[in-house]
Write a protein that binds this ligand. Structure first.
Ligand SMILES: Nc1ncnc2c1ncn2[C@@H]1O[C@H](COP(=O)(O)OP(=O)(O)OP(=O)(O)O)[C@@H](O)[C@H]1O
Length: 572
């Protein structure tokens, strides 16, 4: 071939160079075309893969949706099933509650019927109770009437005699032991429950027996409880509105303080001591009084206590005294009211609400009482001790009696029954209050007296001021004997004012009140003269007038603070 390059004017070299370049370019084109084809192939692959993936993704999504849907369907099914179970249980519960409610309603109906039956029963019982209350009230009235008749039959002045045991100091005094007596020197005996036997054996003379009768005679073995038991009914009379006085009378050393208060303490003779069974009448009466009061709380009266001693015919207020003024306390004058009552103005009077308070006051008063040793015994009381409890009912029966029914409390079935429980409102026996009976004035007084001992100066061996005391004691006891003598002889004038003692006891001795005298006697030979005097005195006291008791109209002055035995109110 002609040389082309020559044709085109290129040098051979140049020509070869261009050819080479052209071959390189063609090779490069082939490479690129190959590459291009590969890329096309890859592109196609990628597209294919992308399509496949998107198809797969769609399929997956569809699959997931389907699964979700299936799960949802399952959940709904489960939910429905549990809902049905729950519903079933609710229905069961509801049915059971309903049956419970039905049962409860039935029970309530039954209870209602039972309640109605109970109500009618209660109404019936209430009517029965009212009937019983009416009967109780009537029986109570009858009981009181019978009780008071009994007390009247026994006499408004009664004498019990207590013979104390033969004690060591009786021996000291008594050298002349009698051969005829069971215990040497013991000459006074309780022949039976009502007779005292005194064996009088004088040297050179035949023995003679003297007997004395009393409502009750206690031998040396009689306990304090037995002595108290016989006078317990008097406290019922007190609450029935009668003045009551219990006093111990007897020669010195005969056991009056023991009987009224109890034994003295060994260490301090002014102190009371001893076990409960040794308690004397005064603390026992305090207990019994509050026991009786507690039996009828709706009628609780107010109880005011005063304690006085009458020493050398002067009245001393033991509740106003203190240790520093012992023996020099204020003397009190006595007055007689228009109604004839004896009263001590400005006397301390303490309200007590329990037996404990009452006994506490007694202990305090007794500690301040005048005592001196005598030849007979070392704790001889040189004064008369008088404990007075005044019972007042607050604005009286009218205030607590049923107002609406117009029924009024009972006034009197017999005498002095202000204490009687008012009848129930429905009682057909309700009686209108006597307009003459002022409200809140119902009073009764309990006087508990431990007298000083009657004594023979030769026996007690007292001299000086003690002899003067003895003289006053004996004079006041003689005045008491005169009063009892005047009463027994039904004299017009009863000499109450001859001594402070009888003046103070004026309301308690006579037809109005109930007096129990406990005649204490020593059993020893040495005291025989005084014992016989005491026994004669007691026998004479028994003959004092027996008049149906009547309730004394209360003195208006007794209502006023600061006047009378219920006098000045001291803070308790
Ligand atoms: N029943 C009795 N049982 C035991 N001891 C008694 C009894 N009675 C009295 N006594 C004792 O006899 C003594 C004298 O008694 P009490 O002090 O009571 O006599 P009194 O009559 O009050 O004397 P006074 O009038 O001199 O005060 C006391 O030691 C007392 O304890």
């Amino acid at each position: 071939m002609p040389r082309q390059h020559m044709l085109w004017g290129f040098s051979e070299q140049r020509w070869r160079q261009l050819q080479h370049q052209m071959r390189v370019k063609e090779e490069r084109i082939v490479e690129l075309e190959t590459e291009n084809a590969i890329l096309h192939l890859k592109l196609a692959e990628c597209q294919e893969r992308t399509k496949r993936r998107s198809r797969e993704a769609r399929l997956c999504a569809l699959l997931r949706m389907r699964q979700c849907h299936q799960k949802l369907q399952r959940d709904v099914k489960e939910f429905r099933q549990s809902f049905l179970v729950l519903l079933q249980s609710y229905q069961d519960d509801f049915r059971s509650c309903l049956s419970d409610v039905m049962a409860a309603v039935q029970r309530t109906q039954l209870s209602l019927e039972a309640l109605q039956a109970c109500q009618s029963e209660a109404t019936h019982l209430q009517q029965r109770l009212q009937e019983l209350e009416s009967r109780y009230y009537l029986e109570q009235q009858r009981r009181r009437a019978l009780h008071n008749s009994l007390v009247e039959l026994k006499g408004n002045i009664r004498v019990h005699c207590r013979i104390r045991p033969f004690l060591s100091f009786d021996n000291k005094l008594d050298g002349s032991a009698s051969q005829n007596c069971p215990t040497p020197g013991e000459v006074v005996h309780a022949a039976d429950d009502e007779t005292v036997l005194v064996r009088c054996a004088l040297p050179g003379r035949p023995t003679t027996d003297k007997t004395y009768s009393f409502e009750r005679v206690y031998g040396p073995a009689a306990s304090q409880a037995v002595v108290f038991e016989d006078l317990r009914p008097l406290l019922i009379s007190l609450l029935d509105g009668y003045n009551v006085c219990i006093m111990a009378y007897g020669q010195t050393g005969s056991g009056k303080s023991y009987t009224m208060l109890g034994p003295h303490s060994e260490d301090d003779p002014t102190l009371l001591s001893g076990a409960r069974e040794d308690l004397g009448i005064i603390p026992r009466a305090a207990e019994e009084l509050f026991r009786l009061i507690s039996e009828n709380p709706s009628r609780s009266p107010k109880v005011d206590v005063s304690i006085v001693e009458i020493y050398n015919n002067n009245v001393f207020d033991l509740l106003a005294k203190d240790n520093s003024t012992v023996m020099s306390g204020t003397k009190f004058q006595m007055v007689s009211t228009q109604e004839g009552r004896s009263e001590v103005p400005r006397l301390t009077c303490r309200a007590v609400t329990s037996a404990v308070e009452f006994v506490g006051l007694i202990h305090r008063g007794v500690k301040l009482r005048v005592q001196h040793p005598t030849l007979v015994h070392k704790n001889s009381s040189r004064s008369h001790l008088m404990v007075t409890a005044t019972l007042t009912t607050a604005s009286s029966l009218g205030s607590t009696a049923p107002q609406s029914s117009g029924a009024s409390p009972q006034k009197k079935a017999g005498a002095g029954n202000w204490w009687i429980t008012p009848p129930p409102a429905s009682s057909p026996h309700a009686v209108p209050v006597d307009s003459a009976d002022p409200p809140g004035q119902a009073l009764a007084r309990l006087q508990l007296v431990d007298l000083a001992g009657s004594e023979c100066a030769a026996v007690s061996g007292v001299t000086g001021s003690a002899l003067k005391e003895t003289s006053f004691i004996n004079r006041s006891l003689a005045a008491l004997a005169d009063v009892l003598g005047a009463l027994s002889e039904h004299r017009d004038h009863i000499p109450y004012r001859n001594s402070k003692l009888t003046h103070l006891l004026q309301d308690s001795i006579g037809g109005d009140a109930k007096l129990l005298m406990i005649l204490c006697v020593s059993p020893g030979q040495k005291h025989m003269a005084e014992t016989l005097r005491g026994l004669t005195f007691g026998a004479r006291a028994r003959q004092a007038e027996r008049r149906a008791p009547r309730r004394r109209p209360p003195s208006p002055q007794m209502q006023k603070p600061g006047v009378g035995l219920a006098g000045s109110r001291a803070p308790s």
